[in-house]
Design a protein around this ligand. Structure first.
Ligand SMILES: Nc1ncnc2c1ncn2[C@@H]1O[C@H](COP(=O)(O)OP(=O)(O)OP(=O)(O)O)[C@@H](O)[C@H]1O
Ligand SMILES: [Mg+2]
Length: 289
């Protein structure tokens, strides 16, 4: 499966710069989670990759294929990008049953009815909805509707799957179950997945690579377990860990730091990350122990 490369990408809406010079390589065959507070540009970045938003500058490539290049005025339409997208609101066609909803993208791509039927039934099986083919969206729970939209995104075997907070309208147990299913599906299909969320638990469960966004730019990127436990940026530490950040100066190889917003100065500890040189500036996070 291809990787996705974004270079120097900016998106402007009037006076708002929603994405600011983002350069990012999404590796193939794994899940990259984009995490960040509301308004940080996550959806805009994802929608640019999908072709639903036209960036102001930069390039987007999927594998070797250039999908967008502002300088060459090249902009491949969304339906030709071979990407599957699953949104928070899973707009299913209310007048079509589950099977017809899932067959729809194939019929749009002129796959004949018999083959579309076989392929739709196969992905419905994969998302655990076998037996629900003849039900209508109005007769489904939120979790089931979400599975149908997942099936609809998977059915035409996209090279890359893009998720924008697909589970946020579901309650906690179903969300956890769906997360596990997305994870095991990724392992089975080996697709490249990009998953946008502002939920730390989702990032923890799903992410191989974690990208943290802040005000339209990438704040930090790295192996998920590294970023989640030992973030390099104070902003990430604060956002992910509710950490107490200290700044100070290292003396005698021990931490003598003035706390900022610390409830209890006695909690000062003799650990620091990264390792400190004597006299060097210190930025220390209370959870790095
Ligand atoms: N179509 C649009 N027109 C104008 N401004 C927009 C548009 N879409 C997004 N924005 C603005 O761009 C910025 C980034 O929005 P975006 O939706 O990408 O954030 P987000 O990180 O996905 O936030 P959330 O977590 O709330 O979904 C915000 O300031 C938003 O108001
Ligand atoms: Mg969003």
């Amino acid at each position: 499966m291809p990787d996705v490369t974004v270079e120097e990408l900016s998106v402007r809406f009037g006076s708002t710069e929603a994405v600011r010079r983002v350069t990012l390589r999404v590796p193939s065959d794994r899940i990259t989670v984009i995490l960040g507070p509301s308004g940080s540009g996550k959806s805009t970045l994802l929608r640019s990759v999908a072709g639903l938003v036209e960036p102001t500058t930069g390039t987007i490539r999927v594998g070797d294929r250039v999908m967008f290049d502002a300088s060459r005025r090249l902009n491949v339409p969304p339906e030709q990008r071979q990407l599957g997208m699953v949104f928070q609101s899973h707009a299913l066609w209310p007048h079509m049953n589950v099977l017809e909803n899932v067959m729809f993208p194939l019929r749009q791509r002129r796959v004949d009815r018999a083959e579309a039927h076989v392929r739709a039934a196969r992905v419905l099986n994969m998302v655990g909805l076998e037996g629900s083919e003849t039900r209508y969206p109005g007769q489904l729970s939120g979790g089931e509707s979400q599975r149908v939209s997942l099936a609809r995104a998977l059915v035409y075997e996209p090279l890359v799957l893009l998720f924008d907070e697909p589970l946020s309208s579901l309650d906690a147990p179903i969300r956890a179950q769906m997360r596990r299913e997305i994870r095991s599906m990724q392992e089975g299909l080996q697709t490249t997945m990009v998953y946008v969320t502002h939920d730390r638990a989702e990032a923890e469960e799903l992410a191989d690579t974690l990208v943290v966004m802040r005000r339209g730019a990438i704040e930090e990127i790295g192996q998920a377990d590294q970023v989640l436990t030992r973030p390099a940026s104070p902003f990430t530490a604060d956002f992910l860990l509710d950490a107490i950040i200290v700044r100070g100066r290292c003396t005698e190889g021990r931490v003598r730091a003035g706390w900022i917003d610390a409830p209890d100065p006695v909690r000062q500890r003799n650990h620091a990350h990264p390792p400190l040189g004597r006299g060097g500036p210190l930025r220390y996070c209370s959870d790095w122990v």
